[in-house]
Ligand binder design. Structure first.
Ligand code: RIB
Ligand code: CA
Length: 310
């Protein structure tokens, strides 16, 4: 049976490839795409989700707009990585896939209530939408199978020295999610930096010789330039598909159990994920922390998904 999932995202180059993976693999059933402000404004993130689904022919998955910004404070966007559009690089025609009439909040709540089995939530952007659903409807926790998120890090951050972007944008939302008592899997930078889109990987995608392959090469080319300019990476890490890959085949991602606390007040560390790998704090484990990626099989999965679109 396919695992039903909702992808809550902020497209974003890596979110865009996460959409392709989640919508194509038979092990998962993509019930909805919901968006939040993050890499760009929520309006641009929704437009980008619609663009990707239109090009990919993903026409039966509702795309709903969610939170414009974090629970507290104003939105901090990742334009320096993803560009003014949030999906810079390729030129896109007007999308044909519409935006859902429902809000992301209402769509998530309705699907959790209506779906015949518990739903896996896969957030790959700031956790605002998820936190708002958990706050408004704690009774729906029993309808959530698990939360498998891209965010945080067992090591240093990226958007600030100690905070990863998704958590940094909305630390309060992340605190709600990690203290929810739900099964949470954290796919942080420590593992997503193993998913590097090297020249060999890009060559494999280019060699598909398909329109979707060519689009992904354009996306990765732009993404690669951002990572080289900002962090000196010679190859960009493809963060968000790692979370989806974990749901598709858990053997791709090795995890350890650990307590994870979210810094919400640090003057210099707000948004840091304090992962107690050695159990020094005596706190109870509240997350499966992803540590090791089966890199070869991950790229076979990701490239196979791209190839499936022709
Ligand atoms: O820090 C990387 C994460 O922030 C990814 O999800 C990327 O898309 C941005 O949202
Ligand atoms: Ca993202």
């Amino acid at each position: 049976m396919a695992t039903p999932l909702i992808l809550d995202c902020d497209p974003g180059h890596d979110d865009a490839l996460a959409i392709l993976l989640a919508a194509s693999h038979p092990a998962v059933e993509l019930l909805a795409i919901t968006t939040c402000g993050g890499n760009q404004t929520v309006e641009k993130c929704t437009l980008n989700a619609r663009r990707m689904c239109s090009v990919a022919g993903i026409v039966d998955v509702p795309i709903a707009t969610g939170a414009r910004g974090p629970l507290l404070g104003s939105l901090h966007i990742g334009e320096y990585v993803h560009g003014i559009s949030g999906l810079d690089g390729p030129a896109f025609a007007e999308p044909t896939v519409p935006e859902a009439a429902e809000s992301a909040h209402d769509l998530i709540v309705r699907l959790l209530r209506e779906h015949p089995e518990p739903v896996t939530l896969v957030p790959t952007g700031p956790l605002t939408n998820i936190a708002l659903v958990l706050q408004a409807h704690p009774e729906l926790k029993e309808n959530i199978r698990e939360i498998v998120l891209m965010g945080g890090s067992t090591e240093r951050g990226n958007d600030t020295p100690y905070a990863e972007f998704n958590i940094r944008v909305d630390p309060e939302a992340a605190d709600i999610v990690f203290r929810s008592g739900l099964p949470v899997t954290m796919c942080g930078l420590n593992i997503t930096h193993q998913a590097l889109a090297t020249p060999d990987v890009v060559d494999r995608i280019r060699a598909l010789g398909t329109p979707m392959g060519d689009l992904c090469v354009e996306l990765l080319t732009y993404f690669s330039a951002s990572y080289l300019r900002t962090w000196g990476f010679t190859s960009p890490p493809l963060h968000d598909p790692v979370a989806v890959a974990r749901v598709i085949d858990s053997s791709l991602v090795e995890c350890v159990e650990a307590p994870v606390a979210i810094e919400t007040h640090g003057r210099f560390t707000s948004g840091a994920t304090c992962v107690d790998l050695h159990h020094l704090t005596g706190e109870p484990d509240n997350a499966h922390v992803a540590m090791t990626l089966d890199v070869e099989r991950f790229w076979d999965l990701m490239i196979g998904a791209i190839a499936s679109y022709g």
